[in-house]
Design a protein around this ligand. Structure first.
Ligand code: GAR
Length: 219
């Protein structure tokens, strides 16, 4: 079996997507190993969850500004021989230099069907716009926020009477299914970027990769 890709997860808070990745990577057959968790906030709940799983976890000190924060991230990535980075609710924009150095080796999950609703408050804005499908996207990271080649998406229905909280919970359940599937594809080198479009090497998956329509139980 090929060596598992050493992967860091960058978080800022709860870390439920990080936990989904850790759970998936608990299987030896999974092509990535979660070898490091870094948080932009010292009190992030996700740090405890990572340590419980025996994964090195640390808060990054951004108090000296972005450059010193990113230097600390780079040092930790080098120390732990990291090959891939998953952003999972990491609420800091990475600098263009950092993104260039790690080009096509950083992926992000965002709670909308990009390019719709980049930024914050996505569920609120989806309800205000009256869309009937909402969801989440995993993409390779580029310098602009929530921007870059789309690897896969999961769509969920928007239901009458939805609150932002109810919709967020439905999307989050889909995020937890989608992100581990996507990391597996990236770690196994089954996806590459051609002219800023993602192409899957397995022809059967060429159209949508691990994209899924997620029907919550009861629908
Ligand atoms: C997730 O919904 C993730 O998609 C979102 O933050 C949440 C983090 O939750 N990310 C973004 O909005 C990035 N623009 P988690 O800490 O429980 O994974």
């Amino acid at each position: 079996m090929a060596a598992r890709r050493r992967t860091a997860v960058l978080i800022s808070g709860r870390g439920s997507n990080m936990a989904a990745l850790i759970d998936a990577a608990a299987s030896e057959a999974y092509p990535a190993e979660i070898a490091l968790v870094l948080s932009s906030r010292a009190g992030a709940a996700g740090l405890d969850r990572a340590r419980e799983a025996g994964i090195p976890a640390a808060a990054i000190d951004y108090s000296g500004g972005q450059a010193s924060g990113e230097a600390a991230i780079e040092a930790a990535l080098a120390e732990h021989k990291i090959e891939l980075i998953c952003l999972a609710g990491f609420m800091r924009l990475l600098s263009p230099d950092f993104v260039d150095r790690w080009r096509d080796r950083v992926i992000n999950i965002h709670p909308s069907l990009l390019p719709a609703f980049a930024g914050v408050n996505t569920h609120h804005r989806a309800l205000d716009a009256g869309v009937k499908l909402h969801g989440c996207t995993v993409h390779f990271v580029r310098a602009a926020m929530d921007n870059g080649p789309i690897i896969a998406q999961a769509a969920v229905p928007v239901l009458e009477g939805d609150t932002p909280e109810a919709l967020a919970a439905r999307v989050l359940a889909a995020e937890h299914l989608l992100y581990p599937k996507v990391l597996a594809q990236v770690a196994a080198e089954r996806v590459r970027v051609v002219n800023e479009i993602c192409v899957f090497s397995d022809r059967r998956r060429e159209i949508g990769g691990p994209t899924l329509l997620y029907s919550p139980p009861g629908l």
